[in-house]
Design a protein around this ligand. Structure first.
Ligand code: 2AM
Ligand code: CA
Length: 287
């Protein structure tokens, strides 16, 4: 190669999925190695909304790796956006027009990570003109790597994943996430829990949106819903659920796209039952 040629070298033989897997695995290993050694805890929008130097370092690591392979691609990362829902929505709108957009959450489940509760993950998705085509979620605690490609299925360590077969709410295990927005989303979520708990087997709140979605994909949860999320929390997981045969909409039943903030993801069989109960609960709650 000519020394004077300043065109960046691009590793062209690597597929998008291979790069996503490499990034998630490398960042995940690094995050795990830092477990218990977080020195500085900063808050974002509220005392519950926290970020560490590990979140920032992992995002930098992933950004660098992606740009080494695909210097022209755009990147939307949780730590590259101002805190708060409005800034996230603006960033997403700007980024949605990109041909290739990587959507990354370096640590999904930061609260768990800080407390040493082993339920956190790295989530990496690639969207082509707004449609998610690759989704990878890595759980370093269990060394589980979930991978989905649009139209090609979903896998955990090479084994295909399928959603569960429960057809009734009464036999379903659900998950949700407790919102930090105490004015609207928290009372709504409490009303939903109140309505759903007597109807289902039980409800979990593990604290990582991405891993909950991976668990719906793998048939470990029958369904999951949560309010007030951002694209980086759910982009990869939504594709995993769809490619495992499940259904993903917003909580009003609108089909999934990158602007969805209130997500409902299930095995498909209980989807309408979940949406109906959420609707009833929402009508009785202050909205
Ligand atoms: P995080 O750990 O990357 O912040 C837990 O219910 C889920 O909500 C997690 O996926 C968590 O992602 C996400 N979450 C936490 N704080 C949030 C906030 N302020 N806005 C949106 N999502 C948040
Ligand atoms: Ca997140």
């Amino acid at each position: 190669m000519n020394e004077n040629d300043k065109t960046p070298y691009v590793v062209s033989s690597k597929s998008y999925t291979a790069v996503a897997i490499n990034c998630a695995a490398k960042a995940g290993e690094w995050i795990k190695s830092k477990l218990g050694s977080v020195k500085q805890l900063s808050t974002k929008t509220s005392p519950q909304d926290i970020v560490t130097e590990v979140d920032k370092g992992a995002e930098q690591m992933i950004r660098k790796l992606i740009l080494t392979h695909f210097p022209d691609h755009a990147i939307l990362g949780e730590e590259g956006v101002e805190p708060g829902a409005e800034a996230a929505a603006r960033a997403l709108q700007a980024a949605q027009e990109e041909e290739y957009l990587w959507i990354i959450d370096p640590v999904d489940g930061t609260t768990n990570y800080v407390h040493g509760f082993p339920f956190y993950s790295v989530s990496i998705a690639l969207a082509h003109r707004g449609e998610v085509i690759v989704g990878v979620i890595y759980d370093p605690s269990r060394d589980e790597l979930f991978v989905a490609e649009k139209g090609k299925g979903a896998y955990v360590h090479g084994n295909p994943t399928y959603v569960s077969k429960e057809s009734q709410l009464s036999e379903s295990l659900l998950a949700t996430g407790f919102p930090i927005d105490s004015k609207v989303n928290l009372p709504l979520n409490m009303a939903e829990l109140h309505a759903l708990l007597p109807k289902v087997r039980n409800v979990r709140a593990g604290g990582s949106a991405a891993l909950h979605l991976a668990y719906v994909a793998a048939g470990r949860l029958s369904g999951y819903w949560e309010h007030g999320l951002s694209a980086w929390d759910i982009a990869a997981g939504a594709l995993l659920v769809q490619e495992s045969g499940g259904a993903v909409t917003d909580t009003d039943g609108r089909p999934f796209d990158l602007s969805v903030r209130n997500i409902a993801a299930t095995n498909g069989l209980i989807h309408q039952g979940l949406l109906d109960t959420l609707k009833e609960a929402g009508e009785g709650s202050v909205r």
